[in-house]
Design a protein around this ligand. Structure first.
Ligand code: PMP
Length: 397
């Protein structure tokens, strides 16, 4: 018999979320997640994917995945430390290290998994973690799992970080102290102040950890935010995902050989969860080869990002302070933001509303993720729809 307590809990909480407009509706795609998508038979210009370089549908990656799948099958068959490690996994890890300019790398099944794995493998209850207040949910969960003391600092506020690092260090309470930040913050498109973070880390002997999920493939000629600032030998943990610019699935840590050796013997998802499938691994290897040999896709991404930003700004929208192709269009009030996104959808643009609690109250936005795969015509069509809906709703004069 089903549990009454569970039934009651689910009913009450689901109703509450629905009443507060916080229940996520899912729109399943009938097409690849490319620059134009199909939902319910309707074609939409897609400004919501993390497929920044269009690699998710690149024929070179598809061929690599198909070939490896035919050769090795669809699954790895075991966790990495039993016998789920193919030569391909090790090739991917060597390529990732080269790509990130580090000694070594370790791959995980997802970026989320990677943060859970890496933080808790090194930090424990005797330690403290200084964490940017806007860090991704997987970092927050990884920190919690470690049982270290979590000290949040105000978003990209270097005075606050310095004061909190000083206090933690001088308290003498902690064996190790780590500072963690996203490389690029995905809600506003701003870049972490890594040179200042490294300076503070050197002053107070902090371990440095950068999750560059949104910077890899985008900044630093593709190598990411750390490379963008020329800090490859100064950051202990460089985290990335294989699911955004790389276009496939997976996550990784790049760093010193001893760190990677430690993660291979101590990080639990590596030890206890089945390895990435061969086809995905082969596609990731191909993507990294492409990124290391050409910056053409990044150039297209940045050109498209700048074009969309300029267009939205000229129309009169508030596009915030983004420093990357991620372009928020800040509408403000939550309900208005959701209606705006819904009207864009009806007119043919898929751009999700992001509202409280993901962003602070009153700063609801429609977030645009232009990619290398968009054409100027698609972006012009999107801008025309933005103008129409913006005027109709009185957001634009
Ligand atoms: N870190 C950050 C900063 C992210 O934005 C995301 C994805 N939203 C992740 C980690 C998780 O990556 P994945 O989707 O590969 O699990």
């Amino acid at each position: 018999m089903a549990s009454k307590v569970l039934d009651h809990f689910l009913q009450e909480n689901l109703d509450d979320l629905k009443n507060r407009g916080l229940y996520n509706m899912i729109d399943p795609l009938e097409s690849p997640n490319g620059p134009v998508i199909k939902i319910d038979g309707k074609e939409l210009i897609n400004l919501s994917s993390n497929n920044y370089l269009g690699l998710a549908t690149d024929p070179r990656l598809i061929d690599a995945a198909v070939e490896a799948t035919r050769k090795y099958g669809v699954g790895a068959g075991a966790v990495r430390t039993i016998n789920g490690t193919l030569k391909l996994h090790e090739e991917l890890e060597r390529k990732l290290a080269e790509f990130k300019h580090t000694e070594a790398a370790i791959a995980y099944q997802s970026g989320f998994n990677c943060n859970m794995a890496a933080i808790s493998a090194v930090m424990d209850k005797n330690d403290a973690i200084l964490s940017d207040e806007l860090n991704h949910a997987s970092i927050i969960d990884g920190c919690r799992l470690s049982k270290a003391k979590i000290i949040r600092f105000n978003h990209s506020d270097m005075d606050d970080l310095r004061a909190k690092a000083k206090e933690a260090k001088e308290s003498g309470q902690y064996k190790k102290i780590m500072v963690i930040t996203d490389g690029v913050f995905s809600m506003d498109g701003d870049i972490a102040k890594l040179p200042e973070i490294v300076e503070i880390a050197e002053e107070f002997d902090l371990i440095t950890y950068v999750d560059d999920a949104h910077g890899s493939g985008v900044l630093g000629n593709g190598a990411g935010t750390v490379k963008h600032f020329g800090l490859s030998d100064k950051i202990d943990f460089q985290i990335g995902t294989l699911s955004k610019a790389i276009g496939v699935v997976g996550g990784y840590v790049a760093g010193k050989k001893e760190l990677i050796d430690w993660l291979k013997v101590r990080s639990r998802p590596f030890l206890f969860s089945t390895a990435l499938p061969p086809g995905d691994v082969a596609a990731c290897i191909k993507a990294i080869d492409i990124l290391m040999n050409s910056t053409e896709l990044q150039e297209r991404l940045w050109n498209n990002g700048n074009y969309l930003k300029k267009g939205l700004k000229e129309l009169g929208f508030d596009i915030g302070e983004s420093e990357t192709p991620i372009t928020p269009c800040i509408i403000g009030e939550e309900k208005l933001t959701q209606t705006f996104s819904k009207r864009l959808y009806e007119e043919g643009v898929y751009a999700k509303a992001i509202v409280f609690p993901t962003v602070p109250r009153g700063t609801g936005r429609v977030r645009n993720m232009p990619t290398a795969a968009h054409t100027k015509e698609m972006l012009d069509r999107a801008l025309a729809i933005y103008e129409k809906v913006g005027k109709e709703m009185g957001i634009l004069k």
